[in-house]
Design a protein around this ligand. Structure first.
Ligand code: PMP
Length: 283
């Protein structure tokens, strides 16, 4: 495996960043997760744009232009001869002295890994998964905008721990106000009376690229969809439910807090969206 770090490629054993990197010391940095399908990098530009927007928001100076970053990702995929897989991109504040001052770090660091990822066992994509509501709330956009895909995921990790403790692979996180926001690493959709509904970004969530792709797909297929406000009641009484993300792709949800969704099996619109998504990614 060849891993990109700041313009050079290293094998896995030698791909290292400094313990003085502020990404490690303070979570001061950003990341992206991107899929490779059939030799093509899915929505590369959208991911890189999100990285650049995050960088602007946290005043992290990237060393490459947007085009150069895309080229570095493409080159990493090429060198690793990847036709399928997952790319992890990290942009950290770089090496600096102890102390959080980001301006003490002269140069940011960019890491690109092309590897495999398997968030859930393959069978769960057929059977669907049970989820719970975590008591850990999603960080409010008034405190730290979740649209910044930062290297500090402790908020989500605490919710993931709750999920695992409850014997579930995933947990839904509510906003500070108690509305449904998203899951720990994926966005959430429900189906109600033939409508596809997902929380609007102002409820404080990462505006997922898979989520946005799904909304576009729904529009193309003439399926009514809406970004809206959802409560736990809406989840409990949904006809169908599924999660989306670059890592998770599309995974059906069959229960929320032990309330069975529909008949406890992945629903027909979920299956339709999964099929449409698969067709799109290999088109
Ligand atoms: N929400 C969170 C918190 C995430 O970390 C992710 C990505 N892993 C998503 C949603 C899904 O985003 P995307 O579809 O862009 O991968």
């Amino acid at each position: 495996m060849e891993i990109y770090i700041d313009g050079e490629w290293f094998d896995k054993e030698n791909a290292r960043v400094s313990v003085y990197d502020h990404g490690l010391l303070y979570g001061d940095g950003l990341f992206e997760g991107i899929r490779i399908y059939g030799g093509k990098i899915f929505k590369l530009k959208e991911h890189i744009l999100r990285l650049f927007e995050g960088a602007r928001a946290i005043r992290l100076e990237l060393n490459l232009s947007l085009e150069e970053t895309m080229a570095a990702v493409e080159e990493t995929v090429r060198r690793n001869n990847r036709k399928e897989g997952y790319i992890r991109l990290l942009a950290t504040r770089g090496r600096g002295p102890l102390g959080i001052d980001p301006f003490s770090c002269p140069r940011s660091t960019l890491v690109i890994i092309a590897d495999d990822i398997s968030l859930y066992p393959a069978t769960l994509y057929k059977t669907g998964i049970p989820i719970i509501t975590a008591s850990t709330r999603r960080l409010s956009a008034r405190i730290f905008d979740p649209r910044i895909k930062s290297l500090n995921y402790l908020n989500n990790i605490l919710a993931k721990i709750e999920a695992r403790d409850a014997g579930c692979p995933e947990a839904v996180m509510l906003s500070e106000e108690g509305y449904v926001a998203e899951c720990t690493g994926d966005n959430i959709f429900i189906v109600k009376d033939g409508h596809l509904l997902t929380p609007a970004s102002w409820h404080g969530l990462l505006e997922g690229i898979t989520r946005n792709t799904l909304l576009e797909l729904a529009e193309k297929k003439g399926i009514p969809s809406k970004e809206t406000t959802l409560t736990r009641f809406d989840l409990y009484t949904a006809d169908e439910c599924f999660l989306t993300g670059s890592g998770a792709e599309l995974i059906p949800v069959i229960s929320v807090d032990k309330r069975m969704i529909g008949d406890g099996k992945p629903g027909p619109l979920t299956a339709r969206m999964m099929k449409a998504f698969t067709e799109l990614i290999y088109s």
